[in-house]
Every structure is written in structure tokens, then in C-alpha cells.
Design a protein around this ligand. Sequence first.
Ligand SMILES: Cc1ncc(COP(=O)(O)O)c(C=O)c1O
Length: 412
Amino acid sequence: MSDYDALLKQYQEYKARNLSLNMERGQPADANFDLSLPILGSVDQSNYTTDDGVDIRNYPGGILGLREAREIFCEQLNVGSNEIIIGNNSSLEMMGTFFARALLRGVNGSQRGWVHDSPRLIVTVPGYDRHFLLARELGYQLVTVKMTTNGPDMDAVEQLVANDASIKGIYFVPTYSNPTGDTISQEYAQRLINVNAAAQDFTVFADDAYAVHHLDDNPLPAPNLLQIAKDSGKANRVIIFGSTSKVTFASGGLGMAGMSEENITYWSKVLSSQSIGPNKAEQWRHVLFMRNYPGGLQGLMQDHAKILKPKFDKVQEVLNRELGNQNLASWTDPRGGYFVSLDTIQPVASRVVELAKEAGLALTPTGATFTDGKDPENKNIRLAPTRPPLEEVELAMEIVACCVKLASAEVG
Ligand SMILES: Cc1ncc(COP(=O)(O)O)c(C=O)c1O
């Protein structure tokens, strides 16, 4: 039997199993959610008043979120407790509010709403499809730069922003990025914060969704963007977003935004015009839960890593075993976050996804990691191993490897 026939036979065997596997979206596993189950009982009829005497049933409490929540979750964004706004359940929703408000009246220091300047935002590719959707829906034009292993391609960013005042900002994931898992380097972070931009209100929107999602016991510290900005005399240039979606419950926890105290003053005015305050009941539940969790936020994230790391290790093990040294694909080996990014050598990513689908494995559609839904090279596949159980990750990765081999063989 030829190699190709053997591959085809293996593929047909997977197909015959009528599998239903999913490595499409980066969701926590039930075992991850279980770690946070005590949240559901952390507030009851006896403890609805915060340490500061805020009654979580009533309006007063402030637009910035509960002091106690700000003190706990500032660690997540690596900012001070006076440099964070704790909002409602989704960072995307907060980002949407900030981007929309920037269009209407600008950011702190703008002369007018960005909508008057046909605003453009730099985004990184491969990147996160929801970033592209959110910014586009609001009317921003997207300009892409490559996500490198050191962060956004800074040579390209520097060139783009120097003479184009319509480029109002950059929108990217600084730590364990979606999908490559790369973290911005100290050098690139310095260059980005200090970039010489034609737009005087150029802003760095850092979606730090995976800031504390380390897989290693002793993670390397990521650059502290706000500190760099403050040290560079550009404190107002950066806004950092995050949430507890992959810390406690997905869409069922807290969103947050970190920024300079001056920016806090500006944005609290803006936010106060549309809300009396965020959901204090959820914030208080999170505070009481985190206080009781052994090791606090760090302890919780280490327990998440114990569940996630074997899955990421399995991805590497199968890919190395099945595709190592064959010149068919390369892939990332991230130290944190939720994804592994695989690039086929031949332009066959869409065929791999199609073959996998026919064999009962859902993968992120090709092109989703690019702004117009089309991968110009047809090579990138985002793998999301967090949600399925370990045994399924192994089988799913064997199918991915088989499909890569088959699709590559098809083009010769
Ligand atoms: C980079 C990034 N940002 C934001 C989100 C969603 O965050 P939230 O649930 O807080 O809206 C995700 C989810 O996959 C993500 O990967």
C-alpha cells in the first residue's frame, strides 16, 4: 500500500467512527468552571453589605466598581487599585463602549470625536476575529500588521502611524495572544508606547485577556504597559482590558479596564452618563470568593493551569510525533493563554479544516484569524484545546495531523 493509500485508510477509519469533536472556540472546560463553583454561594442574605458599608442591593457604590474588587483584580491587569475600573460581565462589551465613545467624543486629550477623522485602527494578524468584528461594526477601518513572536511588527507600526493621523490606535493582545500565544517583548512594548504618531491622541488598546493565564509554574513577567507608559511620560496613551471570563465563569463574571488615574477620571465621567454603576452583587460575590480561594488569584490560576497544561502538552506531543521534522507544518508552543497556532507549509489550511469537519472534528474556520475572513496564504489554523477532555484532545490532534498529511499529499 502506498503512503497516500495508508493515510487515506487511516482517515476513512476516523470517519467511520462518527465522531463529534470540537476544538473550535477557546472555552474553559467544566473542570475549570468547577473551581469557581463556590461563587454561587458566596453571597447570601446575611452578607450583602461590603466592608465599606455599601449595600449591594441599592444604587450607591460608584461607577468604578467596588473598592474591594478593584483591590483584588488590579493584580490581574498589573495596575494599581486606583488605576482600574471594574465593570460588568464582558471585556468585549467594555471595549465596545470605549471604542464607541472614542468615536463620539475622542479619548482623554482628543480635540474631537474620532468619527470626524475616518478613523483607522491597527490590528494584528493572525488575531482575534471578535476584535475585527467589533471595530469594523463600529465603522473603524482596519489596518493589519503581523503578530511576530515579539508582539506587533513594530517596524510596520512605526511606519504606518508616523504620517497618518487617521490611525488612532492599535488593538491587540499583549500576553499569550490569540491565536499565536506570543507575548510582546520589553523592547517592543517600549517602542509601541513611545511610537511617534501623527495622531496626537494615538492610543494603545491592549486586550490582556490572558494576562494571568500561565501554563508554567514560574512564568516570565510580561512587560508592564501602564508602568512603561508612566515612565515614558505617556501615561494616558494605554488602556488595558481584561475579564474574569477565563478566571471564573465565561460571560458570568467581571470585565475590567486599567489605565492612568487621569484616564480614570475622564472615563468615569463618560461611563457615568450611561449607567449609575456596574453590577455590585456580582462584584461582591467575586470578592468573597477570591478572598477565600487558597492563594487568591494566583492560586486559582495555578489550579486552572493544572487542568490546562496536560492538554497543551498533549497537543505538542501528538504534533511532534506525527508531524515533527516532516516539513508539513510548524506550530507555536505557548507558555500560556488558550490557543496553539499551526501553519501548514503548503497553502492547504482550508482543506485541512474541511477534511477534519468531514471526520467529525470542528476546527476554527480558516480565515477567522484574518480581518476579512480570508487567510491570504491559506496556511493558518487556530487550535483550541482547552474545552475537550484530555483523551479527546489526543484523538482530535491525531485527526488534525492526519488531515495535514492528507491535504499536503493532495497538492503533491
Ligand atoms: C483575546 C480575547 N479577548 C476577549 C475575549 C472575550 O472576553 P470577554 O468574555 O471578557 O468578553 C476572548 C475570548 O476568547 C479573547 O480571546
